[in-house]
Design a protein. Structure first.
Length: 121
DNA sequence: AGCGTGACGAGTA
DNA sequence: ATACTCGCCACGC
């Protein structure tokens, strides 16, 4: 039997790795799908995206976004609420902000996975 | 087996 | 800023 049937109460190992990493993203910071794939050294942005689409509800999904900083389509308001609540750096279109959501300021909010760097002490 | 699709990314026009 | 192309990889039809 080469069938690798997965236990119903367990996720694919890759999915667990993705979710675990997502849970380690500090509040006020974000990680891109591509960065997560690179950090894990496995799969690619689309694979991370697939995992988040399927199981992302169990983790702080709003801290995992696209490289261009666009809020998750369909959950913009919810994500925005979290960002304002945790002080995630946002780029607001100064004058034309009416009509479209702000985007995450990737330059400041991007987290590289180095937890030690969080403690500036 | 081919083909389209997607919570992607980078490059080009 | 937007639109389109190509590369990427797993899934479903």
């Amino acid at each position: 039997m080469s069938e690798e049937s997965l236990p119903a109460d367990a996720l694919p190992e890759y999915a667990e790795r993705v979710l675990d990493l997502a849970e380690h993203i500090p509040p006020g910071r974000v990680m891109t799908y591509g960065d997560m794939a690179e950090w894990l050294e496995e799969g690619g942005p689309r694979q991370v995206g697939r995992v988040m689409a399927l199981y992302g509800g169990a983790v702080p999904w709003w801290r995992v976004i696209r490289a261009d900083g666009v809020l998750l389509p369909g959950h913009e308001l919810e994500a925005l609420g979290h960002y304002r609540q945790e002080g995630t750096p946002l780029r607001e279109a100064g004058r034309a902000s009416e009509g479209h959501m702000p985007r995450v300021d990737m330059r400041r909010a991007r987290w590289d996975g180095d937890e030690r760097a969080e403690g500036h002490t």
